[in-house]
Design a protein around this ligand. Structure first.
Ligand SMILES: [Mg+2]
Length: 307
């Protein structure tokens, strides 16, 4: 099959995936993702071992056999006071597309945002990936976004918004299968907010979990995570057999680090409130620099001889 991706000024590039079973596999992906067995718990997941390869080690080898899984906020983009204020650095999207091409399509975004927001930020690229911590899935470049987790109860969303509006600086952000509540502008309210959200969740049936991210809490359906998303996407023809590299900055990325390691890959942490500074990549700027070198490596690596 052949994919096409729109790129700046209306230019189009395409490549052949060479995978005749692609569509057959995709038909069952949403179902498989909903049932993903790998419901990794954060407290069960180890962080990096000293023997894990460093970002430099990874660039020193042949980069063509990797699959890249990238968080967005705090990893590709600097955290902003509010989600709408993030700035996408010049050339970032172009660099991601170079890698996407060089890896034969094996680049995915794993985010807590809705994928539609990522599309807006990364315009005109529309990458394969997962949104809302595994609650959304896109399996083809530029393809439709499937919701694989059910929406939160409307009454819960309304109640959280109502309570947030009473707390200056607290921002509730509904996103279909999930709900983020940001306290970056009012950090002194963190404990009160957490108590309020935990109390509210006791009024609902089990199946919803409260996650703590960077200056935010998120209510998401149990059973979905960036780990389940990575597992599902790694089974796609463009990704299968590749060594996964997951890069992220937050607790929600830990299940994906574990899933990457489970498949012989690597998790790279980005510095921030969650992981401190003793990490593999010190900032989104360092991530961008590493990605730029990754793209260059891909483009200069000797091509295998065709037999
Ligand atoms: Mg992040």
């Amino acid at each position: 099959m052949r994919w096409k991706v729109a790129w700046p000024q209306g230019a189009i590039f395409s490549y052949a995936s060479g995978a005749s079973r692609a569509m057959g596999d995709r038909q069952h992906l949403e179902e498989r993702m909903a049932k993903a067995a790998t419901d990794l718990r954060m407290d069960e997941v180890r962080l990096a071992k000293s023997s894990d390869p460093t970002p430099g080690d990874l660039l020193a080898g042949d980069v063509r056999n990797y699959a890249l899984f990238l968080d967005c906020d705090g990893t590709l983009l600097d955290i902003a006071p509010t989600p709408n204020e993030v700035v996408v650095p010049a050339k970032l999207v172009e660099t991601l597309v170079r890698i996407y091409k060089g890896l034969g399509g094996a680049l995915a975004i794993l985010t807590g945002r809705q994928l539609a927001e990522i599309d807006t930020l990364m315009k005109p690229a529309m990458f394969v990936g997962s949104g809302v911590h595994g609650g959304e899935l896109r399996t083809t470049t530029g393809g439709a976004i499937a919701r694989v987790a059910t929406s939160l109860p409307a009454s819960l969303v309304e109640e959280v918004i109502r309570r947030a509006q009473k707390l200056p600086g607290i921002i509730a952000e509904p996103k279909g299968p999930g709900l983020a509540v940001h306290y970056r502008l009012a950090p002194h309210l963190k404990d009160a907010l957490e108590a309020e959200l935990r109390g509210l969740l006791t009024q609902y049936p089990e199946g919803l979990v409260l996650c703590h991210g960077r200056k935010l809490f998120e209510i998401i359906p149990a059973g979905h995570s960036k780990g389940t998303a990575l597992e599902t996407i790694l089974a796609l023809p463009e990704f299968a057999g590749r060594r996964p590299i997951m890069i992220g900055d937050d607790m929600g990325d830990i299940p994906a680090f574990a899933a990457a390691r489970h498949h012989g890959g690597v998790g790279l942490r980005v510095a921030g409130e969650q992981f401190g500074t003793d990490v593999e990549l010190e900032s989104p700027q360092r991530v961008f620099a590493w990605l730029t070198r990754f793209a260059e490596q891909l483009e200069t690596a000797p091509r295998p001889r065709s037999s």
